[in-house]
Design a protein around this ligand. Structure first.
Ligand code: HAS
Ligand code: CU
Length: 561
C-alpha cells in the first residue's frame, strides 16, 4: 500500500482541500436556493417575492453549475495530475494564483447576484448592482458589469490552471521520453483542450459585446450573435462538468467494484471524441432561434448524434469494468453478478446510481437533440428535468461519492458515518427520481421552465396525472435532495475534524486490463486532435456566424437616427 496522498504531497493536498471547500460552500448555498425554488414554483411555500425568484434562480444556477462543479474539477484534476505523474507543479505559486483568481472572480460575481436580495441595491459603475440574468447570461438580459468581470477572472483562472497542468506534464515528459501519458493526466489534458477551444466563445461574447454594453460603452448589440457565441461555449461546458465525473468512473469506480478498468485505449478514444465533437454542436440549443438557417441546425444535429458515441462507449467500458470487478468478488450469472458489487460502500453506490440516472438523462438528451421533437420540449420543464439528471445527478452525485473516497486521502482522517453516507447517496437517488419524473412529465404537457408562476392551468383535483400530483412530486423531490445535501456537507465537515483516526483507504489504482500499449501512439499526439477539432469548429460555425453578423450587424442593426 502506498503512502496517503496527503503525506506524499502535503502542499497539493492543501490546494485540493481548498478547492473542495469552495466547491462545497457553493453546493450548500445552491442547494438552499434549489429547495426555495422547488417549493415556490409548486406553490407549497413561498419565502421570497416572485420577482426575487429570478435572483434565487440565477444563484442556484451559477453557484451550482459554475462554482460547485468547476472548483471540484480543479481540485480533482490537481489530484489526478499529481497522483498519476507522481510529481508536484513546476511552480506552486502559479497553482495558488489560479486558485486565488478563480476565488476572487467567484466572490465578485456572487456579490452581484446576491445584491438582488436588497430592497434598494446600490449603484456600481453606473448601474444598479444586480445580476438576475440566469446562468445562461446572454443578451438581452443585462447584469451589472462587475458580474461579467467576476466571470472573466474566474475563466482566466481556469485557463491558468490548465497551463499549470500542461507545464507539469511537459516537465514529466522530459524525464520520461517515449512513455505513454498516464490515463488520468491524459483525461485532464484533453478536457482542458476542449475547454480552451470552447471558452474562447464566451470570452469574446463578454469582452467584445456584453461587458462594453453593460458599461454603457456601446448602445446595442446583436443578440443572436451573443447567444450563438454563448452556446458555442454552452454545450462544451456541460462536458466540462461531466468529464471529471467520467474520470472518476474510469479511474476509481472499477477499483471500487473490486476489479480493473476494462480498456485504457477505449477511454482515450472517448476523451478524444469529446475534444473533436463537443464544440461544433452548440446550435442544438438554438433550434428555435430565428436567424440561423435550418441547414446549419441540421449539421449541429448530426454532430450531436455522433457525440452520443463517446458516452455509449463509456456505458460499455464502465459497466464491463464493474462486471469484471463483480466476478473477481465471486459474482456469477448473466445478471446475478450485480449482487456481488460492494453496495454497502457509499462511494461505489453513489457512483453506480449516478451512472444509472445518467443513462436516463442521456436518452432525454437524444430527445432534445432531435430537431423536430425539440420543438415539443424546448423551454418547458422537461429541460430542467434533463439538467437535473445530468449535471444535477450524474455529476453532482458522482462528485459526492468520489469525495467519500478522496477526502480521507486528502486529510488523513477516517470518513465519519459510512452508514449515513450510504443513506445520503440513496436519498439523493430517490429525490431525483421524484423530482425529474415530475419535471419531464410536466414539460411534456407544456409547463414552462424559468417561471415563478407556472400555474397556467388551475386544476385542484388530486389524482394521478393532475398538476397537483406533479407539484407534490417536485416539491417532495426537492426537499429530499436538500436533506441529502445537508447530510453530505455534515459528513464531510465531521470528517475534516476527525483527526487522529486511521483513514482506512487504499488510494492505489490498479492498471487497466487492456493497457495503453494496446493502442496506437497517435492517440497521445494531442496536436493532431487539436487540429481536427479546429477544422470541425470552422465548418460548423464560420458561415452561420458570418451570416448572423451580415444580417444583424456586429453591434446590432443600424437603425439610424
Ligand atoms: Fe444536455 C440542454 C442534448 C448531455 C446539460 N443539457 C441542456 C441543458 C443543460 C444540459 C444544463 O440537443 C440546458 C441549458 C439551458 O439552460 O438551456 N445533452 C444533450 C445530449 C447529451 C447531453 C445529446 N447535457 C448533457 C450532459 C449535461 C447536460 C452530460 C451536463 C452535465 N441538452 C441537449 C440538447 C439541449 C440540452 C439538445 C437543448 C434543449 C433545449 O431545447 O433547450 C449527450 O451527451 C448524452 C449522452 C449520454 C448517453 C448515456 C450513456 C450512459 C451511460 C451510463 C453508464 C452506466 C453506469 C452505471 C456507469 C447516451 C454512460 C451502471 C450501473 C449499474 C448498476 C450497472
Ligand atoms: Cu447541449
Amino acid at each position: 500500500m502506498t503512502d496517503l496522498f496527503v503525506d506524499e504531497y502535503p502542499e497539493q493536498a492543501r490546494l485540493v482541500r481548498a478547492a473542495f471547500l469552495t466547491s462545497f460552500v457553493a453546493l450548500g448555498i445552491g442547494a438552499l436556493f434549489g429547495v426555495i425554488q422547488a417549493l415556490h414554483r409548486t406553490g407549497v411555500f413561498r419565502i421570497v417575492e416572485s420577482t426575487t425568484y429570478y435572483t434565487v434562480l440565477t444563484g442556484h444556477g451559477v453557484f451550482l453549475v459554475i462554482t460547485f462543479t468547476i472548483f471540484f474539477l480543479v481540485g480533482l484534476y490537481q489530484w489526478a495530475v499529481t497522483d498519476s505523474l507522481q510529481r508536484g507543479p513546476v511552480d506552486a505559486r502559479l497553482t495558488w494564483s489560479w486558485y486565488g483568481l478563480m476565488s476572487v472572480g467567484t466572490l465578485i460575481a456572487a456579490i452581484a447576484i446576491l445584491a438582488g436580495f436588497l430592497d434598494d441595491p446600490p449603484d456600481v459603475l453606473g448601474s444598479e448592482l444586480s445580476a438576475d440574468v440566469l446562468f445562461t447570461f446572454y443578451a438581452p438580459l443585462q447584469a451589472n458589469p462587475i458580474f461579467y468581470a467576476g466571470l472573466v477572472l474566474f475563466v482566466v483562472g481556469t485557463w491558468l490552471a490548465g497551463a499549470d497542468w500542461f507545464r507539469t506534464w511537459w516537465a514529466w515528459k522530459r524525464d520520461h521520453p517515449g512513455e505513454r501519458i498516464p490515463l488520468p493526466t491524459f483525461m485532464v489534458l484533453t478536457t482542458m483542450i476542449m475547454w480552451y477551444i470552447s471558452s474562447i466563445g464566451v470570452a469574446v461574447a463578454i469582452l467584445a459585446f456584453i461587458l462594453p454594453w453593460s458599461l454603457g460603452l456601446i448602445d446595442s448589440l446583436n443578440p443572436t450573435l451573443t447567444r450563438t457565441l454563448f452556446w458555442y461555449f454552452g454545450h462544451p461546458v456541460v462536458y466540462f462538468w461531466l468529464l471529471p465525473a467520467y474520470l472518476l468512473w474510469y479511474i476509481v469506480l472499477p477499483k471500487l467494484s473490486g476489479g480493473r478498468l476494462f480498456s485504457d485505449p477505449l477511454a482515450r478514444v472517448v476523451f478524444i471524441l469529446f475534444v473533436l465533437l463537443s464544440t461544433p454542436v452548440g446550435i442544438h440549443h438554438q433550434y428555435l432561434d430565428p436567424g440561423i438557417s435550418e441547414g446549419f441546425k441540421f449539421i449541429a444535429m448530426t454532430n450531436t448524434m455522433f457525440l452520443l458515441l463517446p458516452s455509449l462507449l463509456t456505458a460499455f467500458t464502465v459497466v464491463a469494468s464493474m462486471e469484471h470487478g463483480a466476478r473477481q468478488r465471486g459474482g456469477t450469472g448473466t445478471l446475478n453478478w450485480l449482487r456481488a458489487l460492494p453496495w454497502k460502500d457509499p462511494a461505489f453506490t453513489g457512483m453506480a446510481l449516478a451512472g444509472l440516472v445518467f443513462a436516463f438523462g442521456g436518452f432525454t438528451g437524444i430527445v432534445n437533440a432531435g430537431m423536430n421533437i425539440n420543438y415539443l420540449v424546448h423551454n418547458s420543464l422537461w429541460v430542467p428535468g434533463h439538467i437535473h439528471t445530468q449535471v444535477g445527478t450524474a455529476v453532482a452525485l458522482t462528485f459526492m461519492a468520489g469525495s467519500y473516497w478522496l477526502v480521507p486521502q486528502l486529510t488523513g482522517n477516517r470518513l465519519v458515518g459510512r452508514q449515513i453516507a450510504l443513506f445520503q447517496v440513496v436519498l439523493w437517488f430517490v429525490g431525483i427520481v421524484f423530482m425529474t419524473n415530475s419535471m419531464y412529465r410536466a414539460g411534456l404537457i407544456g409547463v414552462p421552465r424559468r417561471s415563478a408562476e407556472p400555474q397556467y392551468a388551475f386544476d385542484y383535483e388530486v389524482g394521478v396525472g393532475s398538476m397537483t400530483e406533479l407539484d407534490v412530486q417536485l416539491a417532495l423531490g426537492g426537499v429530499l435532495l436538500f436533506v441529502s445535501t445537508v447530510l453530505f456537507l455534515a459528513i464531510i465537515l465531521l470528517t475534516a475534524f476527525n483527526t487522529d483516526s486511521d483513514p482506512l483507504v487504499d488510494g492505489t489504482i490498479p492498471p487497466a486490463l487492456s493497457g495503453p500499449e494496446d493502442s496506437p501512439r497517435v492517440l497521445d499526439d494531442l496536436r493532431v486532435w487539436i487540429g481536427i477539432a479546429l477544422v470541425l469548429v470552422v465548418i460548423a460555425y464560420a458561415i452561420p456566424l458570418a451570416s448572423i453578423v451580415d444580417r444583424g450587424g456586429l453591434f446590432g442593426p443600424d437603425v439610424g437616427p
